[in-house]
Write a protein that binds this ligand. Structure first.
Ligand SMILES: [Zn+2]
Length: 216
């Protein structure tokens, strides 16, 4: 494990283990579909200072949502500009009016969603003892710093910790936006049987509610 903080390089206090998920969005005639696969296991770490900073930020939702507010605020402002241009200079041209309305709606929905997430995160962290909240914050630092893309694939991460190990594959599917078969594979990767740990056996089932067989 790298004992340096992923964000600032100082000696780390919180080790982080994560299972990488690779998602490819394929656009076809029937719309968009996702192709997903599990990647490798990542080991990283976060220092006390960065974890505390993140916790402090998450406990103040208005500060935490400054970035999305700026981003969606800009989209909203672009919508106002488009409407102004459409009505002042283009005689209410339909295309510009519609583009402007789309930007206004997108901006508002983005701000509302960012506020909802920030409040939810705040509530979740306040309900935890400080030591647990710092671990959560360290995970958020890791997710913020870890690569988001590799080639055409989006990269996301599942924490490998006690909490995740207790989850069923259906929970993994919902929490980490996994396809059903990938959730089963993830569950199996997180709970290797002694045989697979030795590399002898490839297929094994989730005794809780597995109905898709793991391919790898
Ligand atoms: Zn740090």
């Amino acid at each position: 494990m790298d004992n340096r903080c992923i964000r600032c390089g100082n000696p780390a206090a919180y080790p982080v283990r994560a299972l990488e998920v690779r998602t490819l969005h394929v656009r076809g005639v029937g719309g968009e579909r996702r192709v997903q696969a599990l990647g490798s296991e990542k080991e990283s770490a976060v220092c006390e200072h960065c974890a505390r900073n993140m916790l402090d930020l998450s406990l103040h939702p208005f500060r935490a949502m400054r970035k999305p507010l700026l981003c969606f605020g800009a989209v909203f402002a672009a919508g106002i500009v488009a409407e102004a241009v459409a009505f002042l200079f283009l005689n209410g041209q339909r295309v510009f009016v519609l583009v402007g309305i789309a930007a206004l709606i997108c901006g508002i929905l983005g701000i509302v969603e960012a506020a909802r997430k920030a409040r939810e995160k705040e509530r979740e962290l306040r309900a935890l003892p400080e030591s647990e909240a710092l671990k959560e914050a360290a995970w958020d630092v890791f997710v913020g710093e870890a690569p988001k893309k590799e080639d055409v694939n989006d990269l996301t991460y599942i924490p490998i910790d006690e909490k995740t190990l207790k989850r069923k594959n259906g929970d993994l599917m919902i929490l980490y936006s996994l396809l059903p078969e990938i959730a089963v594979q993830a569950w199996n990767r997180l709970h290797p049987s002694p045989e697979t740990a030795e590399g002898k056996k490839e297929v094994h089932d989730d005794p809780t509610h597995c109905d898709v067989q793991d391919q790898g």
